[in-house]
Structure formats: C-alpha cells, structure tokens
Ligand binder design. Structure first.
Ligand code: GDP
Ligand code: CA
Length: 310
C-alpha cells in the first residue's frame, strides 16, 4: 500500500515513526507543515520538519517533545548572559541544524533538497517533504492581543492569548514543494496524522491545488483529541476559543470535506455514530502512542483500517 502522511510536529512525528516501522521506505511519503517556520538570530528554523526528522532518526528528546536528546545549552546561556532573547530554547546540536540549513538556503539550495540531504545524513529512508519551499508563516489572531506570530504565541506566551483565527501569511503565493502533489496522486491512501488541525494540518490543506487533489483520493484522519482533551499543546483550547466543543467529533467535522475514514480513541466510542452520519467510516483504537512499540502497533492497525476503505 502506498501511503502519504500529512504531519505537524509531535503527534505527527509519532505516527510517522510507526508507519516507517511498518512500510517499505518507497511506500511512504510524508508532507510536513512549514507554516511554523520562522527566523530567529537570522537562522531559518523549521520546527515541524526537525521534530519529525529527529524522531525518525531516533535522536529526539522524548521528554520535551522537541529538540535533540543529550543536548547542551552553552550557546543559549551565553546569549542570556549577553541579554539576548532566550525564550525560544535552542540547544547546541539543534543550532547546528539551523546553521547548516540557513547556510545552504543562503547559497540558493531549496528547503526540500536540504531536508533530503539531512535525512540522508541521519539515516532516514522514507521521503520527508516540506509542504512548500516558499516561506509561509502562521499568524495567530487573538481576542485581546492583536495578531501574534505563531512561535511567539506558542513559546513566548505559552499559548495563553485567546485565539479567534489564523492567517497563513504567504500561502496564496506558495507553491507546493516538488513531490507534494505527485505523492498525493500516487498514494493509495492519505493519512492525516494526529496533529493540530488548526495550525499543523490546515496550512497544508490550504496550499494551492491541495484540497482539489485530495478530493480524488481516499483520505483518513486520526484524532489528536481524546476525551475532549489534547494530549499536549493547544489544539483543544483552540477549538474552545473558536466556539467549538473540543472532541474527536469536532476534529472529524473539521476535516469533513476531505476524509472518508476516521479513527477515534477507544474511550470516544460514543462519538462514532454521529461521525458515521457524515458518511465517514469510523473506528475506535488505542490511539495513544507512549513508546516506539505503541507507534508501530497503532500504525499497523491504521493500515488494516485503510485496507478496508480503499
Ligand atoms: P506540534 O507541531 O509539535 O504542535 O505537533 P502536532 O501538531 O503534530 O501535534 C500536536 C497534537 O498531537 C496535539 O493535539 C496532541 O493531542 C497530539 N498528540 C500527541 N501525542 C499523541 C498521541 O500519542 N496520540 C494521539 N492520538 N495524539 C497525540
Ligand atoms: Ca508545529
């Protein structure tokens, strides 16, 4: 089965790692959100690409969910001593990624090519594709604090400001990266990972030609919301502030125009009937991925579900 997965950072990375344990590398493409990308100290930082790649390479920090394992913080502490901004925590090894990425971008290399090169260096065999080589930057529209660039909202303000909308700046002009549309067309099934629907998956879906291409395919999604809560991050809070009760049902509704299959957590069984009224085949599984073996087990079960749909 040829699979193309859509992913943001933490939740996406876990399922992608599971899928990579089940499928042969030539059967798995992953399209990663780049609307979280931003410049800091002049460096181009791609948080979701890095989370997915560090996870696949087995070098991610499992505790924090971001950054690399066995980090040192010499640069960050030295910046702080100089009175520079240290709200975005960059470890020394992580900084090397951003330095080398930025150096290559400055020489004219594209983000997709740099990502491929890094994957090769890190022993990642599956095809990791940034959604676009063009800069797209999410701005959060807040109820009381105006517009805030996504990383400031997420990291500096700890997702405290109440949201009322999201703008993906640059999305109209951004072309899908080479391989994005092609990987959708060639896939038997598209899997929307349990990532944040508002800020990780919506930017990908909003890309030029993307929804149109998806409409011709079998698409399934796995809920990032369990028992009305996100396992981490602001997804549930965002639903609430956008006037929607957070639930797996709300996630299915969010993706209603593109999905024909949906996976909820086993404790959210009671939401299945209503989702199925929208002609979305729905199953309940244990969708909490606490370790590498759980990721593989969920991926196997999701692939069996996909098999029934295609
Ligand atoms: P970010 O870009 O780092 O914020 O990560 P994503 O957008 O990819 O993922 C964030 C979402 O992942 C949150 O809404 C979490 O609820 C969800 N998530 C994290 N771990 C798991 C898991 O083990 N299972 C499921 N179903 N969702 C998860
Ligand atoms: Ca992210």
């Amino acid at each position: 089965m040829k699979v193309t997965a859509l992913a943001g950072g933490v939740g996406g990375a876990k399922l992608v790692d599971g899928l990579a344990q089940c499928l042969s590398p030539s059967d798995l493409n992953v399209i990663i959100n780049t609307a979280d990308d931003f410049k800091h100290f002049g460096l181009h930082i791609s948080p979701d690409i890095d989370t997915v790649c560090y996870t696949l390479a087995g070098i991610s920090n499992i505790q924090t969910g971001w950054g690399r394992e066995d980090e040192s913080w010499v640069v960050r502490h030295s910046i702080r001593d100089l009175g520079g901004p240290d709200w975005f925590k960059l470890g020394d090894k992580d900084i090397a990624t951003h330095l080398e990425r930025t150096r290559r971008l400055n020489l004219g290399e594209k983000l997709d090519s740099i990502t491929k090169y890094f994957c090769n260096k890190w022993g990642i065999k599956i095809n990791v594709i940034p959604m676009s080589n063009d800069l797209v930057m999410t701005t959060v529209q807040t109820q009381d604090n105006g517009e805030i660039p996504f990383q400031e909202y997420f990291v500096k303000y700890h997702c405290q400001p109440k949201v009322k909308g999201f703008i993906f700046r640059g999305i109209e002009k951004a072309d899908p990266a080479p391989g994005v549309i092609d990987s959708i067309l060639k896939a038997d099934v598209i899997i929307i990972c349990p990532s944040n629907p508002w800020v990780s998956i919506d930017p990908i879906l909003t890309l030029k030609d993307f929804r149109k291409t998806l409409k011709t395919k079998c698409v399934i999604a796995i809920s990032p919301i369990i028992n009305g809560k996100a396992l981490r991050g602001p997804a549930a809070k965002m639903f609430k502030e956008m006037g929607i009760i957070p639930s797996a049902l709300a996630v299915a509704d969010h993706y209603r125009d593109v999905i024909s299959g949906f996976v909820v957590h086993k404790t959210d069984l009671n939401e299945i009937a209503q989702i199925e009224q929208w002609s979305i085949m729905t199953t309940a599984l244990d969708i909490i991925m606490s370790n590498k073996a759980h990721r593989k087990r969920l991926a196997q079960e999701v692939l069996i579900f996909c098999d029934q749909l295609i």
